[in-house]
Design a protein around this ligand. Structure first.
Ligand SMILES: CC(C)(COP(=O)(O)OP(=O)(O)OC[C@H]1O[C@@H](n2cnc3c(N)ncnc32)[C@H](O)[C@@H]1OP(=O)(O)O)[C@@H](O)C(=O)NCCC(=O)NCCS
Length: 314
């Protein structure tokens, strides 16, 4: 049972940039409040692109960056909570768009922790011999589920996709995807929800904020411990991009003053399951983290759910 590693990443964002001033045109808010309370300066909002279009665009780039072709992929797993169609699932749509002919293909919905859940699941599949080369994708089109008259949510959420090619590690190679620490707090399920018909994102912001800044650091430290990596060894911390104050609060409790702290939220907003692979893909593209260096991923959100693991940078 060999482990797995991330071979390459790719991402896609819609071209339309929406600034805080743009949002202040239609709800009572302002740039200063949004920057101070959430940390977002601008976000990308999709036009005609569907969730599957964005996922396929990110995955196509990841495949090209990995030097693999569609024929090499035997598993496609998509983390999303904003697919409009009930069937076929997004994974099958992506496979069809990329010409991947017969992969295992399924979607995972654990909202903002989705990518880390999907990566953990794919790592397990590879360890079990059920896959050799997999695509793991986080994608959201939250703009379809945003009440654009609600200033407490419409300033936060956005659209995009990030993807990783995950491959079986060689026998003599250390695993590049560490053990996943995952779990949930079901009795706080009402704190973030997209429910009913027609569904819009609703949240109890302060409940989520308190939970994220108090409960998650010990769980993230557990992911480091299970990977055998001391927090001081981390080259980067890539948490779910929910709020810069949450990100700073968790990072402070981890005690990682020298690590790069991903803050893609500033220019991308909160893209739920897409936020971690999007931020990680950009760090790798900008060569900010050396190949092989340990990076802590940690997702959290609707459910409430959380998941994280230490990965080696491709
Ligand atoms: C949502 C969040 C930014 C709100 O910040 P907050 O400091 O908790 O703000 P509150 O909700 O207490 O609101 C404070 C005031 O700002 C107002 N306000 C809310 N949204 C506003 C906006 N966009 N612009 C200006 N004022 C706003 C509120 O109406 C309230 O006004 P009041 O005091 O007159 O009643 C913050 O709670 C948060 O980030 N929580 C985590 C949410 C999250 O990460 N969700 C995603 C999970 S994956």
């Amino acid at each position: 049972m060999t482990g797995s590693r991330i071979l390459a990443l790719g991402h896609y964002q819609p071209s339309r940039v929406v600034t805080n001033d743009d949002i202040a045109q239609f709800v009572e808010t302002n740039d200063e409040w949004i920057r101070d309370r959430v940390g977002i300066v601008s976000r990308r909002i999709a036009g005609d692109e569907t969730v599957a279009d964005m996922a396929a665009a990110a995955a196509g780039k990841a495949l090209a960056n990995a030097g693999l072709t569609a024929a090499d992929i035997d598993l496609v797993v998509v983390a999303t909570c904003t697919a409009v169609d009930r069937s076929p699932n997004v994974a099958c749509r992506v496979a069809a768009k990329l010409g991947i002919t017969a992969p295992g293909a399924f979607d995972i919905n654990t909202a903002c922790s989705g990518f880390a859940y999907a990566l953990g699941t794919v790592d397990h599949a590879i360890r079990a011999g059920a896959s050799r080369n997999a695509l793991v994708i986080g994608v959201e089109k939250l703009s379809d589920f945003t009440d654009w008259t609600d200033r407490s949510t419409c300033i936060i959420f956005a659209d995009g996709a990030g993807a990783a090619v995950v491959t079986a590690a060689a026998e003599d190679e250390p695993a590049g995807v560490g053990p996943v620490v995952w779990g949930s707090v079901p009795d706080k399920g009402d704190a973030v929800r997209i429910e009913g018909w027609r569904p819009y994102v609703k949240q109890e912001g302060q409940t989520v904020f308190r939970w994220a800044t108090t409960a998650l650091a010990p769980l993230a430290l557990k992911a480091c411990e299970q990977a055998g990596v001391a927090p001081s060894e981390l080259a980067a911390f890539v948490p779910h991009q929910a709020n810069t104050r949450i990100i700073d609060g968790i990072a402070k409790r981890l005690g990682i003053p020298d690590a790069i702290i991903a803050k893609d939220i500033v220019e991308s907003g909160n893209t739920s399951a897409a936020s971690i692979p999007l931020a990680l893909s950009k760090l790798v593209e900008r060569r900010e983290v050396p190949s092989g260096a340990p990076v802590l991923l940690f997702g959290f959100g609707g459910g409430l759910t959380y998941a994280g693991q230490v990965v080696r940078c491709p």
